[in-house]
Design a protein around this ligand. Sequence first.
Ligand code: KIV
Length: 270
Amino acid sequence: MSQHVPTRRLTAPDIARMKGQRPIASLTAYTAPIARIVDRHCDFILVGDSLGMTVYGLPSTIGVTVDMMVAHGRAVVQNSSRALVVVDLPFGSYEQSPAHAFATAARVMQETGAGAVKLEGGAHMAETVNFLVERGIPVLSHIGLTPQSVNALGGYKVQGRGLDADRLMADARAHADAGAFGIVVEKTTESIASAMTQAVSCPTIGIGASPRCDGQILVVDDILGMFPDFRPKFAKVYAELGEAADAAVKAYAEEVRSGAFPEMKHTFKD
Ligand code: KIV
């Protein structure tokens, strides 16, 4: 007789407790079909503001709005049941003050059903992280390369080289002390990501950071090979779905033009 083992959705404290136990696996998802797949295999799903590029074809994450995050966040929550869902707070929706951040985060949590939010920034954002955490909103911090600051950083450059390493370590400590349940560390030197992982009590989640981070995250479109012309060094491609989709659409268009599709089996009887 098969036994039904009830599953419950993982929470932010569950993810925090995984530090030192086993590596944490995470990917982004923005839509129902991908959310269902990622939910089966990953510990948390990030509805990242990278959807500005992957879904909307924008040049950066700067143009992403709270409405976009709410729409995609809701789709992902409704089509997952096991993984924690974390929704990004987009540029301009939280930086002004802790109260501003709380208003946006509360709206995102209420309208999507997500279990946590993510925000970008160094030590200067730690006060905001603490303000949210103390009011019941679990926060995943994002330090290192913070794409919402691409204009100030002067491009998508590796962070943590030279004197910058001390600043990054201070950022990590400030966010951990502020109560973040985890810290995404993006595109830094391997050594600083590794040192941070040892220094802070919450899990570090690397993307272009270090195998020694407590977990890893990637943009799902990157591992699926959806953008053959854009291959970040830190992303491993596990399938070539972009090429497969191109071949399928080409074959369909050719068959329509040649009359090979549709066949009678694709039609309905009276
Ligand atoms: O928006 C995003 O997808 C992200 C991750 C890749 C960390 O912030």
